[in-house]
Design a protein around this ligand. Structure first.
Ligand code: ADP
Ligand code: MG
Length: 319
């Protein structure tokens, strides 16, 4: 059996490069670079609720960090440090090695350092706190959208939710579509570079973790504006476009969670700059709607002018 301290030393200790003090003391010491503020975010992943208890540990290590990096991306922040609190039912060296491999591979890609955490025995649960830097005035927030802004979406939504429906036996998916959806669900790519490129350009942003309508709804509410989405302009991943179950595809597209794309708003006059920023970040973006004055909420408009109704807007743990 490996001890708690052996687990920390073997699987979670890496030399601190930028932290003044990393893993090993009662707390870490960090110093943000001059002119920046710290953007801090935490996300919890529970076995049986956010992932299957037998999930591939390497992908889980990736995903646990990715969902936190996605929050930093939505703030326009540059990832710097992370804390990892983990509860494990038992000390399984093979599992831990794979988990830390997935975690540190993604951490390295975005230059983020693990500087501390907590390790206890208990039902499998992973809580990561990610810390990034952003010049305060340039942070992307939910509360700054304005009437006249375009609504933009990176990539496309729906694949992660379609993967979940597939795993629950609600839909059949063929080869390529299945791979794409499962990859999206288990190994999401945080849009960190896009978030940074949108500093000073986007007026508001959020990452799509609960569903497009729900998350865009958060922008609308915080900004006290209404958002209109053009149904025909929503980008569709191959798996969504070819899905035979049209009602399910629609639900995944509008309300599916776990995609970790960014939805953001920017003045119409800056369209070409948004497109250039996305090109630089290597991500596709699509103008999918606009912000209008009115009661806070989200409406999906059909090409003919009517409104498309959605059975639900997104995921809610308590609804
Ligand atoms: P304390 O008793 O002060 O809470 P711990 O014994 O829990 O300290 O942790 C010892 C050190 O190891 C601390 O620096 C803590 O931040 C770090 N640590 C514990 N668990 C993890 C983990 N899962 N990942 C990274 N660092 C960890
Ligand atoms: Mg502790």
């Amino acid at each position: 059996m490996i001890s708690e301290f052996e687990i920390i030393r073997r699987y979670f200790t890496r030399r601190a490069r930028t932290a003044l003090l990393g893993v090993g003391d009662d707390g870490a010491l960090i110093r943000p670079r001059a002119g920046t503020t710290l953007a801090v975010s935490t996300d919890m992943l529970l076995a049986g609720r956010h992932f299957f208890p037998d999930a591939d540990p390497e992908k889980l290590g990736h995903k646990a960090l990715a969902v936190n990096l996605s929050d930093l991306a939505a703030m326009g922040a540059e990832p710097r440090w992370a804390l990892l609190a983990i509860a494990l039912p038992r000390a399984n060296g093979k599992w831990l090695a794979a988990f830390s491999k997935g975690f540190f591979r993604l951490a390295r890609r975005f230059g983020i350092e693990l500087i501390g955490g907590d390790t206890t025995r208990g039902p499998l649960a992973i809580t990561i706190t990610a810390i990034g830097e952003v010049p305060a005035k340039l942070a992307l927030r939910r509360d700054a959208a304005r009437a006249g802004d375009d609504v933009w979406l990176s990539g496309a939504t729906g694949e992660a939710a379609l993967a979940l429906a597939y795993l629950k036996g609600r839909v059949k998916l063929g080869g390529r579509a299945r791979e794409a959806c499962l990859h999206r669900l288990h190994a999401p790519e945080p849009r960190v570079n896009l978030g940074r490129a949108l500093r000073g350009l986007a007026r508001s942003a959020i990452d799509v973790s609960d569903g497009l309508l729900a998350d865009l709804g958060h922008i609308a509410k915080a900004s006290r504006v209404a958002a209109e989405v053009r149904w025909e302009d929503l980008p569709r991943a191959e798996a969504i476009a070819s899905c035979q179950n049209k009602a399910l595809a629609k639900e995944c597209l509008l309300a599916g969670g776990d995609d970790y794309e960014l939805v953001f708003t920017a003045p119409r006059s800056r369209r070409s700059e948004v497109e250039a920023a996305a090109r630089k970040a290597g991500v596709s973006v699509t103008a999918v709607g606009e912000i209008v004055a009115g009661k806070p909420g989200v409406r999906v408009r059909a090409a003919g002018g009517g409104t498309i109704s959605a059975r639900r807007a997104g995921f809610d743990h308590f609804a």
